[in-house]
Design a binder for this molecule. Sequence first.
Ligand code: NDP
Ligand SMILES: O=C1OC[C@@H](O)[C@H](O)[C@H]1O
Length: 425
Amino acid sequence: MFAYYHFLKRVLSIFYPPIAPKSNEVLRFGILGAADIAPSALVTPAKSHPEVIVAAVAAREEKKAKAFAKKHGIPAVHLCYDDLIADPTINCVYVPLPNGLHYEWALKALKAGKHVLLEKPSVSNAAEAKSLFRHPILRDSDALVLLEAFHYRFHPAWQLFLTLFDSKEIEEVEVQNYLAAGIFPLDDIRFNYSLSGGTLMDFGSYAISAVRQIFGAEPTFVRSASYRPMPEGFDQTVDEAVYATYEFPNGGIARITADLQARGGYWFPALTKNWPRLYGALPTLFLKLKPIEEAVGNGLVKETRRKIVFHCYMGPHFYHRIDIGTTTKIIDPNKGRKILKSEKKTEYKKAYNWLKNEEGKKGELWWTTYRYQLEEFVNRVKKRQGSCVWFDSEESIRQMEMIDATYEKMGLPLRLTSKELEGGS
Ligand SMILES: NC(=O)C1=CN([C@@H]2O[C@H](COP(=O)(O)OP(=O)(O)OC[C@H]3O[C@@H](n4cnc5c(N)ncnc54)[C@H](OP(=O)(O)O)[C@@H]3O)[C@@H](O)[C@H]2O)C=CC1
Ligand SMILES: O=C1OC[C@@H](O)[C@H](O)[C@H]1O
């Protein structure tokens, strides 16, 4: 009963956060495009941030821009993206455009002297990532801030999860990111090759960023990668679902499944295989550590195996649960590894706020991943330490390299490079 009360209270504050009085030193954000994600990722988080105002939005159609501005209380409207970027009253630009436009508009905004919060995946491929994230404009020590918005990384639940294992000891990681069929229409930007769509670029990019940080390394190679193409009549270079396996330097394996039109997963598959998949609807991570063996006297050994499951790692602010399952066995190696005793324990963990009261770490139980992310973005701009969680430029490059390597293994073309590409190292 109590748990339901706390859940409802949290969800209510997620959608209707308290409005913070604004300081005199606010950052004024402009949004490029009246995108669906903008309210959750910026407009709502900004309400509770004392140093952020969403000051302008630009959309390709005046009517759409005005309607978006009215609905979200945004004071200024620009009738094209260039005008917003040129607006001298704006210091930060949020780019929630289709992936294929990220490079061009992020670079234009940086060149205009604006800090950039850039939606994931940062760009279309590794060539674009190198050009953007190593651009001379960012090299200067007093540089502008550019962040690829992998919001889940900023939430205390993810940070708690990272403390529960030693990367070197990981045997296997599995990521399952299913989204029920029908949520996104087949003509959505996510399925448009010319806009750098594809499930690997979308749900897949979360899985890739998660396993890269869990192993604390880049994969040595892509062991296998396959995909389910879009239905007949749609672009066959677009992956509707992706399945890939990677090997990491410690010998560990990562398997990822990302499906933006997931079906089935029920009993009586012959009957239900086309039903939108609700089972496993919360993106989940399964982690298995290498077994540990230790001598316990009388020639016996104790074997400890640990499995960690992180339910809902991408949107932990609504709900999440981290299960740590430990199985210990007393084994007699002299009797064909006979098991003399076996015990299983499961511990459950969660973190909606920082568990320790540390300098620089701010939060509330209802802060979303986006709100935690915004806090750090502002801290970077203002050169404050903050929580120290960040997704740095070189990481954004490595992220795109792993995406490219996966497309290559799948036999699909890389997403197209922008004609605006500069440098191209
Ligand atoms: N962090 C997160 O949780 C999420 C991130 N995303 C990311 O955010 C970005 C946008 O996603 P989402 O909000 O779902 O997408 P939407 O389709 O809702 O928004 C994209 C915006 O891009 C603009 N646009 C400009 N050119 C085009 C074009 N040629 N075709 C279509 N739209 C165009 C449109 O703006 P205009 O108003 O000017 O017409 C539109 O509003 C993607 O990169 C996606 O990966 C998406 C969902 C969740
Ligand atoms: O970033 C995202 O997170 C939520 C998903 O529904 C969406 O497809 C994706 O773009």
